[in-house]
Design a binder for this molecule. Structure first.
Ligand code: MLT
Ligand code: MN
Ligand code: ZN
Length: 286
């Protein structure tokens, strides 16, 4: 199984265009830039699936040669897109690849509903390409191409601000990918290490964790990380130590998160727990 980290920042990227916070300023001064979160995963190195489609998707695809079309064709090896939520930073990128011959979209029923009613992404795309919707359900494996199996675990009912009028449902999930006996879990929106999540990561080789915020109060006392559906990375470090086995790495870093910076002192805490921080373009081969 191959996993390419296309982007490793939360919505808005790092630095964020309108932000002068300490981390964004340091990132500008050090020419550090992280694009918005998303992955490409393949069971056989030929058939690839995008996991989330950030607004930076086009540049992310161009930066990764294994996702290019063979010369003289438009046969890009991307067989579908899986969404972990209906958040704009996880879905807008599909508008930027509307030239695709077809788009197979995998998501929970709630996410499909949000992308039909609150944000009619799928209807807009249907004016440009053939859109096929595939429902993923909590705990039910789906066989993808290239020997890749994916299983969703619903993590929370956090809803995008634009879809707050919808009834609560399976709005945020994590995915476990299995191929050739190897396992990878991706959870960019993790509110708590629930028993379901602990079951999901058991035996996994690699777990990509929600690294949105380093501390619970990173955005100030009025906007705690937990209120936005994210368990702070620092609070996950003891949990990582209590669940040895997988290699853990943080992704989906908010622009305010000091871990955005490669020389952040906070990195020492992360490495002491045996974890790491993902980088744009990182390729894992399991
Ligand atoms: C989230 O993941 O919490 C939302 O997509 C917002 C964000 O990433 O900033
Ligand atoms: Mn996000
Ligand atoms: Zn900032």
């Amino acid at each position: 199984m191959k996993i390419r980290f296309l982007g490793t920042a939360a919505g808005g990227g790092a630095p964020q265009w309108n932000c002068g916070c300490r981390v964004c300023e340091a990132a500008r001064d050090a020419d550090v830039s992280r694009t918005q979160d998303g992955l490409a995963v393949s069971g056989d190195g030929d058939a690839w699936y995008l996991v989330n489609a950030s607004p930076d998707l086009r540049t992310q695809l161009l930066a990764n040669p294994e996702l290019r079309p063979p010369a003289g064709t438009r046969d890009v090896p991307i067989r579908g897109v899986l969404f972990t939520s209906a958040e704009l930073d996880h879905t807008l990128g599909l508008l930027g690849v509307r030239e695709a011959a077809e788009l197979d979209i995998y998501a929970t029923a709630w996410v499909h509903e949000a992308l039909t009613t609150a944000f009619p992404l799928q209807a807009v795309l249907s004016g440009y390409t053939r859109v096929r919707r595939h429902a993923v359900r909590d705990g039910e494996p789906v066989e993808l191409a290239g020997g890749l199996r994916v299983t969703a675990t619903v993590l929370s009912a956090k809803q995008p601000r634009y879809a707050s009028a919808l009834a609560a449902g399976d709005s945020v999930c994590a995915y476990r990918f299995d191929a050739d006996g190897r396992s990878f879990v991706y959870a960019p929106g993790l509110a708590a290490w629930s028993p379901e999540f602990e079951k999901m990561i058991a035996g996994a080789d690699v777990v990509a964790l929600d690294g949105t915020f380093f501390t619970e109060d990173e955005m100030g006392a009025t906007r705690p990380a937990s209120s936005m559906g994210h368990l702070a990375a620092r609070d996950q470090l003891p949990l990582i130590e209590a669940h040895p086995g997988p290699w853990y790495l943080f992704t989906h870093l908010n622009n305010t998160n000091p871990l955005v910076l490669p020389d952040a002192p906070e990195l020492a805490d992360v490495t002491a727990a045996g974890a790491a921080v993902a980088a744009d373009g990182l390729l894992l081969e399991l």
